[in-house]
Write a protein that binds this ligand. Structure first.
Ligand SMILES: Nc1nc2c(ncn2[C@@H]2O[C@H](COP(=O)(O)OP(=O)(O)OP(=O)(O)O)[C@@H](O)[C@H]2O)c(=O)[nH]1
Ligand SMILES: [Mg+2]
Length: 372
């Protein structure tokens, strides 16, 4: 993930920092002079004390010299303090950038973020935060790159304030734990259900599958193949039959057989399809899922984010699984989707094998942006 974005950021940030440095105006050093003025009385006192000490030292030195020879030249405390201050003077030479110049310079970064599918509201947030740090603010020369990287990191990190509870613990909290998987056509719902089944099994839990996609030809058989491979029970009705009834039967079966979880596979649909959205509402009304998971394709970027938002406005979702993250070089959806929907990303689909389901971790995501 982030191959493309990481490469672009790595290139643009040092360039941008250099430009900021060139364009920025040095801040007047009045304040710094004020600081020095403040410490001057202390320096005078030290100088006075030093004078007294020197006289004593000189006297002692004459005697010591006779015994030990010429002493090494050492810096006096006063010299050290003075040097310290002049160093400080260099370091705190600050610069400031006008808003117009900032807007000009930010444009290239903005384009990169847009090209990599980062949602507009997030780009605005990044811009606002960078502006606060760079425009009319005092910033140390030579620290601009660090400041830009830190601002990006902090802003992105702040996008993940909603954290998911541990998935397995959550599933264990109720029996049977009912999960419905929803999303647009081909987003990876059925494959993800197989992966989640495998994950639950690895954790000693027994799920049952509900083939509630009675709409698409071959959908039931596709899920059956996974169920057979994984050795789990699957409830199926005929194609064209009532999807909610399939979910209902699976839940009844799970209750009767003391199973741990019911995973409901639903047909892919566009949020704009009123009939199919109504059907989904019916499934959820009948099944009363403990968790509704939106399964979206990471590679579709902003479309995926918009879909999640639309689905969430019609049928409240509890979490998101982003599939095909293994082939997403941009990663903008992963950065944006939680913030835009207010729902946590639970897992990333990282391939077509049952084990290719990675627990989502925002820290790992931020690290892989290479902003260190
Ligand atoms: N590379 C990759 N491919 C995936 C991933 N998840 C699913 N796929 C592939 O995406 C395609 C569609 O997956 P399905 O699970 O059938 O998607 P669906 O949402 O159930 O599709 P519909 O039922 O038609 O709406 C299949 O070829 C999967 O193998 C993933 O994480 N990575
Ligand atoms: Mg499917």
């Amino acid at each position: 993930m982030f191959g493309a974005l990481k490469k672009k950021l790595k290139k643009i940030i040092p360039g941008l920092s250099k430009q900021v440095e060139q364009e920025a105006e040095p801040v007047k050093v009045e304040e710094i002079t004020e600081e020095i003025k403040k410490v001057e009385p202390t320096l005078d006192k030290l100088a006075e004390r030093k004078k007294q000490k020197d006289e004593l030292k000189e006297k002692a030195a004459r005697e010591i010299k006779e015994v030990l020879g010429e002493p090494e030249e050492k810096k006096t405390i006063l010299q050290k303090i003075k040097e310290g201050i002049s160093k400080q003077k260099e370091v705190i030479t600050t610069i400031s950038l006008s808003e117009d110049k900032f807007n000009d310079l930010f444009w290239d970064l903005e384009l990169i973020l847009l090209e990599n599918n980062i949602a507009v509201e997030i780009i605005e947030k990044i811009k606002k935060n960078l502006k606060e740090r760079l425009v009319n603010a005092k910033i140390k020369r030579g620290e601009i790159e660090k400041e830009i990287k830190n601002t990006l990191k902090e802003t992105i990190s702040g996008l993940f304030s909603v954290q998911a509870e541990d998935f397995i613990n959550k599933v264990k909290s109720k029996k049977p734990f009912i999960i419905s998987f929803i999303g647009v056509n081909g987003s990876g719902k059925t494959t993800t259900i197989a992966k989640v089944t495998h994950l639950l099994q690895k954790n000693g839990l027994k799920p049952i599958l509900a083939a509630a996609d009675t709409f698409r030809a071959a959908a039931i058989d596709q899920l059956q193949i996974h169920a057979d491979k994984l050795g789990v029970k699957m409830i199926r009705h005929d194609y064209g039959s009532d999807a909610a009834a399939v979910a209902f039967d699976a839940i009844e079966y799970a209750k009767a057989h003391n199973l741990d979880a019911v995973l409901i596979d639903t047909a892919g649909r566009l949020h704009s399809n009123v009939n199919l959205m109504d059907e989904l509402k019916k499934i959820n009304k009948v099944a009363q899922p403990d968790m509704t998971i939106f399964v979206g394709e990471s590679i579709t970027g902003n479309d995926c984010v918009e879909q999640a938002k639309e689905f969430n406005s019609k049928i409240e979702i509890d979490g998101i699984i982003l599939t095909k993250a293994d082939v997403d070089e941009k990663g903008g959806a992963a950065i944006s989707i939680s913030y835009v929907t207010g729902k946590p990303i639970l897992f990333l689909g990282m391939g077509q094998k049952y084990d290719d389901l990675e627990k989502f971790d925002s820290e790992t995501l931020i690290q892989s942006l290479g902003l260190d």
